[in-house]
Design a protein around this ligand. Sequence first.
Ligand SMILES: [Zn+2]
Length: 99
Amino acid sequence: MGLKPAELWGRFGWQGGSCFRCEQTGVPVAEIGEITVAGRTFPLSACQRCVFRLEQLHHTMSERAVRRQNAPSPVPTQPRPIGQWPTSAPLDRPPAHVA
Ligand SMILES: [Zn+2]
């Protein structure tokens, strides 16, 4: 399924504003949802680039959800008791340095 940008843009109402995601200001943005902070609800507006990106993410997530539904449910495993490393290899080296 391919969605042309023009079709995607047509689904939203665009107006000048700032993007909640990339923080650009003075760009065409569309309300894509809302967020509630401390009992107050604010609209979330995103620019075209971010709307496109979020739309891609949404598509990927729904694909993944379908795949998960079709996959056999994993057998629940018991967590290992704490105090036991999940590897039997001797820990004779310090942890790798993370730059
Ligand atoms: Zn943006």
